[in-house]
Design a protein around this ligand. Sequence first.
Ligand code: IPM
Ligand code: MN
Length: 367
Amino acid sequence: MSTLKFAVLPGDYIGPEVMTEALRVLETAAAGAGLSLQYATADVGGAGIDNHGKALPDSTLEVCQNADAILFGSVGGPKWETLPPKEQPERAALLPLRKAFSLFANIRPGLLYSELTDASPLKLERIPEGIDIVCIRELTGGIYFGQPKSTVQLENGEFQAIDTMVYQTSEIERIAEVAAVTAKARDGRVCSVDKANVLETSVLWRKTVIEYFAKNHPDLELSHMYVDNAAMQLARDPNQFDVLFTENMFGDILSDEMAVICGSLGMMSSASLGTQQNSHDLPFGLFEPAGGTAPDIAGKGVANPCAQILSGAMMLRYSFGQLQLASEIENAVRKTVTIDGLRTGDIAFGCEPVGTVAMADAIIANL
Ligand code: IPM
Ligand code: MN
């Protein structure tokens, strides 16, 4: 492998600003390893609506289809908030992308460096050494995509809306496998989160997970937790978890909770892996920061580029198999914000904040 071919979808507001810096970091890392980048940039989200009339234009989808991975920025913002919910950038870009590439496995690291514990809303004594957990969320099933899904007007004039939560054994098994592989590379502990005291889908989820781990991963430590308790335990003692793994909507909620207890959203990256293999026989994936478009700070050159840069590192790891290079980027980010003490405003706490470009320059210098 000498050329890394990926699609770049910067999106809206701070999306393009941090994407520019992530690409600079990736260029430097790749050049150092004798690799070259070949990427095609396309509009998505609000930029897609403004320039092509649609949050996920067909031309953008085509760019993605011709790539081995997607590096995604962030989409949405006040400009498009008056559109009907189905047409808004987040929903109309992300959900069809997930469906189009069967991106069923969302991997979000919940990492808080020990030097950054100030950034967490949790009391220091609960996280003296920072936080290091991972949330694995099922991303293409459950109540997000289940049919029927509709809104109808009843004879008495009332409106009635229906969403349907659906899971099949195979969907549960394939995400269980991702959780298991993730745990194997870590502390070997998986906590499966469900609502098996109430929901049929959760009863099937728990049964399937128990059988799957007994048969395929008896060496891993498997536990189960109801989602309400998991939400509480995350806030009480996040490090009791190693790998948290759960269905789509529970994962949506828990991964945001995890993000906030890990401090700045500007540091949170994520990977969404699909069922398709790319031209390197590795999973095709979409890699995006978790923080959103931050319209309030867009255009000021102060956004934290780390989450986008770390998402680029995840892309190198999962879709290009460049484990060493991914770690080098992660270490450079870590050194920059901890040892060098360079901080953007979101993680500054009294330090003199640096801008987006200066932060990326320092990370590049550390590579
Ligand atoms: C996320 C987002 C999306 C989701 C929205 C924007 C559709 O919140 O990636 O977590 O709910 O999955
Ligand atoms: Mn979410």
